[in-house]
Write a protein that binds this ligand. Structure first.
Ligand SMILES: Nc1nc2c(ncn2[C@@H]2O[C@H](COP(=O)(O)OP(=O)(O)OP(=O)(O)O)[C@@H](O)[C@H]2O)c(=O)[nH]1
Ligand SMILES: [Mg+2]
Length: 430
C-alpha cells in the first residue's frame, strides 16, 4: 500500500539532571563538590533519503520520541547525551504543523537534514556552584525538557511532468512504454491507485525527464467522486502537465468534454496547478473513430496536441522530442502558461465595473471598443468648445475690422466733398 500522508506525534529527549556529589578519597579530606552535568536530550532529525518510497512507516508507528540525556555522575562525569531520533523521509516530503497547517520543513534533496525538534539541555552538577564562600554547594539545575509536537507529513512527488487524464485514457500504458517503471494497466477504470514515478532516458542528449503517472480524474473528483483529487498533489511540483485524452471517445464521452472536465477539476483543486503550462496527448489514434474526432478536437483547443497510439507506437518518437523541448529546451520553445480563467458570469459583472480591465470574449469586445471610441471622441467637444470660444472673438474682431473699414470709407466719402469743394473754389477763383 502506498501511503503519502501520515499524522505523527514527536518528542525530543529531555536533558539529564545535574548531579550532587563530593569527592571522597583516602587521604583527601573534604575533596570538594564533583557532581557532573546532565547529558543533552536527543534531537528529532528528518533526513531526506531517496531509497524511501513512501510514508508507510509513519502511518503504522506515529508516536516517536528521541532518548533522554542521562543524569550527571560523581567524579565530574557528565551524563551521556540521548541518541537522536533519525527519521528518513522520501524526497518531496513536507512537514506541516497540525492545526495551523504551517509549513515547518520541506525536504527535496537526498541527504538533506532538518532538526525538527531540539533535545533539552542537560542540567548543571554541583561542581559548577563551588566558590570561596560556598565550598560545599548542594545546588544543581534540572535538565531542560525536550520539545514535542503533532505534525502532518505529506509526500509530494518530485517529477518534471505529470500525466493527468480520465481513467482508462492510457496513462499507465504510456509510462510503461517510455520508462522502466511498470505500473499496472488494465481495461477497467481506476487501475492505478497511487502515484508511479518513471524516468524517460534521453541517452542521445545525456538527459532525463522524470514522469509521474497518477490515478484517473473524473467529473466531481473535487467532491470525492472516484478516487477524489488529493493525489493531484503529486503533480503540483511538475513544470509541465501532460493531459492524456482518449481520442476514440470510449464510454460515450467526447474528447473535448473530457478536456473541459479535466481543466475544471484542476481549477477546483488549485488555481496554481491550473496555471501550469500543458500539452495534450491524443491517445488511441489506432482506433477508427479517433481521426475524425481529432480534427474537431484541434479546432476547439488552443494548446499543443500530439496524436499518438501506445499500441501502434505512432507519434511516440515525436512526443518524446516535443516533451524534451517543452521541459528542457530553449525557453521560447516551451509552452506558455494558459491565460487565467474567469467564470463567464464573473467576467460579465467585471466588465460592467472595469470595462477596460476585463478581457471580454470576442462578442463582448465591441462595447469595450465603443467605450474606447467614446473616450477618444470625448476630447472632441473640448476642441469644438475652443473653436466656439474662438468664434465670438473672431466675430468681434471681424466687427471691429468692419467698423474700422466703414469708418475709413466714411472718412474718405467725407473727404471727397472737401476735395470737390476745393476744386469748385479753385474754378471760381479762375
Ligand atoms: N486501442 C488502444 N488502446 C490503448 C492504447 N493505450 C492504452 N490502451 C488501453 O487502454 C486501457 C487502459 O489503459 P491504462 O494505461 O491502464 O489507463 P490509465 O489511464 O492508466 O487508467 P487508470 O489507471 O485506470 O487511471 C488498457 O486496456 C490499454 O491496453 C492505445 O493507444 N490504443
Ligand atoms: Mg493507470
Amino acid at each position: 500500500m502506498f501511503i503519502d500522508e501520515a499524522k505523527v506525534e514527536l518528542k525530543s529527549g529531555d536533558g539529564g539532571h545535574g548531579c550532587v556529589s563530593f569527592r571522597r578519597e583516602k587521604f583527601i579530606p573534604k575533596g570538594g563538590p564533583d557532581g557532573g552535568n546532565g547529558g543533552k536530550g536527543g534531537d528529532v532529525i528528518l533526513v531526506c533519503d531517496r531509497n524511501e518510497g513512501d510514508l508507510q512507516a509513519y502511518r503504522w508507528q506515529p508516536h516517536r520520541r528521541a532518548r533522554n540525556g542521562a543524569p550527571g555522575q560523581g567524579r565530574q562525569c557528565a551524563g551521556p547525551d540521548g541518541d537522536d531520533l533519525i527519521l528518513p523521509v522520501p524526497p518531496g516530503t513536507q512537514v506541516l504543523e497540525e492545526g495551523s497547517n504551517r509549513l515547518v520543513a520541506e525536504l527535496t534533496e537526498h541527504g538533506e537534514r532538518v532538526v525538527l525538534l531540539a533535545g533539552g539541555k542537560g542540567g548543571l552538577g554541583n561542581m559548577n556552584f563551588k566558590s570561596s564562600v560556598n565550598q560545599a554547594p548542594r545546588r544543581t539545575t534540572p535538565g531542560y525538557p525536550g520539545e514535542e509536537g503533532k505534525f502532518r507529513i505529506v509526500l509530494k512527488t518530485i517529477a518534471d511532468i505529470g500525466l493527468v487524464g480520465y481513467p482508462n485514457a492510457g496513462k499507465s500504458t504510456l509510462t510503461n512504454l517510455l520508462t522502466a517503471a511498470r505500473p499496472k494497466m488494465a481495461p477497467y477504470p481506476f487501475t492505478t491507485l497511487h502515484v508511479n514515478v518513471g524516468v524517460i532516458d534521453y541517452t542521445d542528449r545525456f538527459d532525463r525527464i522524470v514522469m509521474a503517472d497518477i490515478p484517473g480524474l473524473i467529473e466531481g473528483a473535487h467532491e470525492n467522486r472516484g478516487l477524489g483529487h488529493q493525489f493531484l498533489r503529486h503533480v503540483e511540483r511538475c513544470s509541465l502537465l501532460v493531459f492524456i485524452i482518449d481520442m476514440a471517445g470510449s464510454e460515450n464521452r467526447e474528447p473535448w468534454d473530457d478536456h473541459r472536465i479535466l481543466e475544471r477539476e484542476l481549477r477546483l483543486y488549485s488555481p496554481i496547478l491550473a496555471a501550469k503550462p500543458r500539452i495534450i496527448v491524443a491517445n488511441k489514434m489506432d482506433l477508427p473513430a479517433a481521426a475524425a474526432k481529432l480534427k474537431k478536437f484541434q479546432e476547439r483547443v488552443k494548446d499543443m496536441v500530439i496524436p499518438i497510439s501506445c499500441y501502434s507506437q505512432e507519434g511516440i518518437q515525436e512526443f518524446r522530442d516535443k516533451l524534451w523541448a517543452a521541459v528542457k529546451g530553449p525557453v521560447e520553445q516551451r509552452p506558455k502558461a494558459p491565460a487565467p480563467y474567469v467564470e463567464p458570469a464573473v467576467a460579465k459583472r467585471l466588465a460592467k465595473v472595469h470595462p477596460a480591465k476585463v478581457v471580454a470574449p470576442k462578442a463582448k469586445a465591441a462595447p469595450v471598443k465603443k467605450s474606447a471610441v467614446k473616450a477618444k471622441a470625448k476630447p472632441a467637444p473640448a476642441k469644438q468648445a475652443k473653436v466656439v470660444a474662438k468664434k465670438p472673438v473672431a466675430k468681434k474682431v471681424a466687427k471691429v475690422i468692419a467698423k474700422k473699414k466703414t469708418a475709413k470709407v466714411v472718412a474718405k466719402k467725407k473727404a471727397a466733398p472737401v476735395k470737390k469743394a476745393a476744386s469748385k473754389s479753385k474754378a471760381k477763383k479762375k
